[in-house]
Write a protein that binds this ligand. Structure first.
Ligand SMILES: Nc1nc2c(c(=O)[nH]1)N(C=O)[C@@H](CNc1ccc(C(=O)N[C@@H](CCC(=O)O)C(=O)O)cc1)CN2
Ligand SMILES: Nc1ncnc2c1ncn2[C@@H]1O[C@H](COP(=O)(O)OP(=O)(O)OP(=O)(O)O)[C@@H](O)[C@H]1O
Length: 222
């Protein structure tokens, strides 16, 4: 379930962008920022996001439910004890795995749950404590966020992904929120990406701002 760096099961190799020959073999986060190249990567990411989100929305509710349950089981295996640990989850949208049932179990087992809150575009997220049943309010993009939860620093961040690559780099919705947040946190949490194996891609063409996840959990036992 935890996909290591060399695990490419289910990888879908999309059409390479035209500049691929320039990047191959040395595309990692030490690659210096190159504005012309970044413009190409940004265009490529936009198209890739659209394709991946469309594919994800085509999954039936039943299959999504089964895969969400398998991902929850994989998280238990990967994380182990929950007592005293604060885990940031997310309120699912656009076909993301639904881990809200698992969140209730985390609280029952003595862990804390938090949800990410967009304070402002192009700023880091904050995390607000959440217990199932707590009052929610509509945040930016109408994403429900805890209305009264205290701001907390998570020990573990569960990051829903639009795509993930062989080096555990994450493609998100394009707001740069998770990368900005991880760069700004006073101590680095354990970062676990969650998604479906069909969201695996060969590379996201990582840029200096992209921070890799510690590992990725999908519905396929690892
Ligand atoms: N369920 C869930 N909650 C989450 C996240 C997530 O990935 N999943 N986030 C993880 O970061 C944050 C929200 N991130 C988001 C980033 C962009 C868009 C969005 O709709 N963007 C526009 C275009 C963006 C732009 O280019 O300005 C769009 O897609 O139309 C939505 C949410 C916090 N909460
Ligand atoms: N630490 C950072 N400081 C400043 N800008 C950043 C930082 N991290 C990301 N960005 C900017 O955010 C924008 C979106 O980045 P990217 O394409 O990596 O988004 P994403 O990871 O898919 O989105 P999200 O995390 O919201 O799901 C880029 O313009 C990028 O330069």
């Amino acid at each position: 379930m935890a996909h290591g760096a060399d695990d490419r099961r289910g990888a879908q190799y999309s059409s390479p962008p035209c500049f691929m020959h320039e990047l191959e073999g040395h595309a990692d986060r030490e690659t210096p920022a190159d504005p012309a190249q970044w413009a190409d990567v940004r265009r490529w990411r936009k198209a890739e996001r659209e394709r991946l989100i469309e594919d994800r929305l085509a999954i039936s509710a039943e299959a999504r439910g089964n895969m969400s349950a398998a991902i929850a089981a994989g998280l238990d295996t990967a994380i182990g004890g929950l007592r005293g640990r604060t885990i940031s989850l997310y309120w699912p949208f656009r076909g993301e795995p639904d881990l809200r049932g698992w969140a209730a179990g985390v609280v029952e087992r003595g862990g804390g749950v938090a949800l990410p809150v967009v304070i402002e575009k192009a700023r880091p997220l904050v995390f607000r404590s959440y217990r199932p049943g707590d009052r929610l309010e509509k945040g930016v993009w109408n994403i429900p966020v805890p209305a009264d939860g205290a701001e907390v620093l998570p020990d573990i961040v569960i990051a829903p992904l639009v795509g993930f690559d062989a080096k555990n780099f994450r493609l998100g919705y394009g707001g740069g929120f998770f990368d900005r947040t991880l760069a700004a946190l006073p101590r680095k949490p354990l970062v676990i990406g969650v998604g479906y194996s069909m969201q695996s891609i060969a590379t996201i063409y990582p840029q200096p701002h992209d921070i890799p996840m510690d590992f990725v959990v999908t519905e396929i036992p690892g």
